[in-house]
Design a protein around this ligand. Structure first.
Ligand SMILES: [Zn+2]
Length: 478
């Protein structure tokens, strides 16, 4: 009896040892910036109701919960959060690739590269943004634009795709500029194939070597705003990932990080429809990884998580639960930011633009109706809502005509929109959909992590976000 028990203990010990000694050959790490539990709940419900089925990232079998606080704040920014997820240490807010004292700490991607694997980094924001930066920056502030871009090139990683490097990278006054010169020229010198068109990107072959995309110098458009013209310019997230796999698949394996970077931006704006569309775009890329895993089931790991919560999002609103419907978000066909800009351009061209014109635009792009019975049709505005919408439009119009509202700046996403009308419309749509927002900043809520495949069980349960980075790094530490 005693011998049997001893044998069982030994078997469990040996199994645990084997489990922790095993390392996935192929790792896919998906990060939804600003995507916490309620963002996933909201999008999963939306996805089911529009007939797309559940979120693939929520179907990954292993589930965990990770805290997001940084080394110095209860509420993190994306830099400290990315450093925790990538490097396994808590950094102070705004800091990338270092511990709380600012000492450089290599990331899991850097260790993967050093161990002979290839590395791909994909994002919908600039490739020098905070989340991708956590995987290659060598211990500095996210605000050091040029130095961050130089770290990207010097990382030697095999594939960078998404937005551009950064609009501020080419500042001749920057001391690092004097060292490297034009960053794209420097990237070419270091062996990167700088690809500027979707056509050239889709035609890339593995023999073409390292890749750095430059479809834009800024960020990707929101998925909801991608028109036919823009679809000609920007490959989708699944297309970026498919090409990345084709380019870096090799006998040693790879590490790929894919970020839905603008989920955070739309959540800052409390724009529910835009947020769910960007999460679905990320989820479409998760499906690409799961397809790859079918071919290499024993050697592949897929992990999906967020870096922090944005917007204080709550799924469900007391008092309207019986009438709200998440699928009404399909009525909104433009981000609030893009709607603001369209309105600004129209008013500039036509100063006589009036509320009757605006009503048609609101119905066309947000689906809200100005006639009908609100009790029978969820999209019909009540009289008091119409009065508020009209007052907000008049206030915006006055500011636009006085040129107080300037051209939108795509990078200054944290500023509260100056357009009262779109803020009003988003509030109405969110209420109809059954979601509410507490604020327009980050919060300290934990985020869900889900995983499937080789070593997935290590992400089970509650852990610090830095534990995630430690686990990923352990795959490459000898
Ligand atoms: Zn943010």
């Amino acid at each position: 009896m005693k011998l049997t028990r001893w044998l069982v203990c030994f078997a469990v010990f040996a199994f645990s040892l084997a489990l922790y000694a095993a390392s996935p050959k192929y790792v896919f790490m998906f990060i939804g910036d600003g995507m916490a539990a309620n963002h996933r709940v909201m999008t999963d419900q939306f996805s089911r109701q529009i007939g797309r089925g559940p979120l693939a990232m929520d179907q990954l079998t292993v589930k965990g919960l990770t805290t997001t606080l940084s080394a110095d704040k209860l509420i993190t920014d994306s830099a400290a959060a990315s450093t925790a997820l990538a490097c396994g240490v808590k950094a102070k807010n705004c800091m990338l690739g270092c511990d709380a004292d600012g000492n450089y700490v290599p990331s899991c991607a850097t260790l993967a590269k050093a161990s002979g694997k290839k590395v791909g980094i994909i994002t919908t924001v600039t490739t020098t943004h905070a989340t991708p930066g956590g995987f290659y920056v060598r211990g500095r502030s996210r605000g050091k634009n040029y130095a961050v871009a130089a770290d990207l090139v010097n990382s030697g990683f095999d594939f960078f795709a998404g937005g551009g490097l950064d609009r501020k990278f080419d500042d001749e006054k920057d001391s690092d500029y004097k060292k490297y010169g034009n960053i794209y020229e420097y990237a070419k010198k270091k062996g990167y194939n700088v690809v500027t068109t979707k056509k050239d990107f889709l035609a890339l072959k593995p023999s073409d070597g390292k890749v750095l995309t430059r479809f834009t110098d800024l960020v990707y458009p929101y998925d909801i705003d991608i028109t036919n013209d823009e679809a000609e310019v920007y490959p989708t997230l699944p297309e970026l990932l498919e090409k990345c796999i084709a380019m870096i698949d090799n006998p040693e394996g790879f590490f790929i990080m894919v970020e839905g970077g603008r989920i955070d931006w739309s959540a800052h704006a409390n724009d529910a429809a835009t947020t769910v569309r960007d999460i679905i775009a990320l989820d479409d890329a998760v499906k690409v990884a799961l397809d790859f895993m079918k071919k290499h089931p024993e050697e592949t790991l897929v992990v999906a998580t967020g870096d922090h919560e944005t917007g204080g999002l709550t799924a469900g609103i007391a008092g309207v639960t019986s009438t709200c419907d998440i699928s009404i978000l399909t009525n909104q066909t433009i981000s609030a930011r893009e709607f603001d800009e369209k309105m600004r351009q129209i008013v500039l061209k036509n100063p006589k633009f009036n509320f009757e014109d605006a009503k048609a635009m609101i119905t066309a792009r947000f689906g809200l109706k100005f006639e009908g019975d609100p009790k029978k049709d969820l999209m019909v505005l009540s009289e008091s809502e119409i009065a508020k919408v009209k007052a907000d439009f008049e206030a915006d119009l006055a500011k636009l005509l006085a040129n107080i509202i300037k051209k939108k700046d795509a990078v200054e996403y944290l500023t509260i929109s100056k357009h009262r009308l779109s803020i009003r419309l988003l509030k109405i749509i969110s209420k109809r959909a059954g979601v509410s927002w507490a604020h327009t900043h980050h919060s300290g809520q934990p985020v869900i992590i889900s995983a499937e495949g080789c070593c997935a069980e290590r992400f089970k349960g509650k852990m610090e976000n830095s534990e995630v980075g430690k686990i990923l790094k352990s795959f490459y530490e000898k």
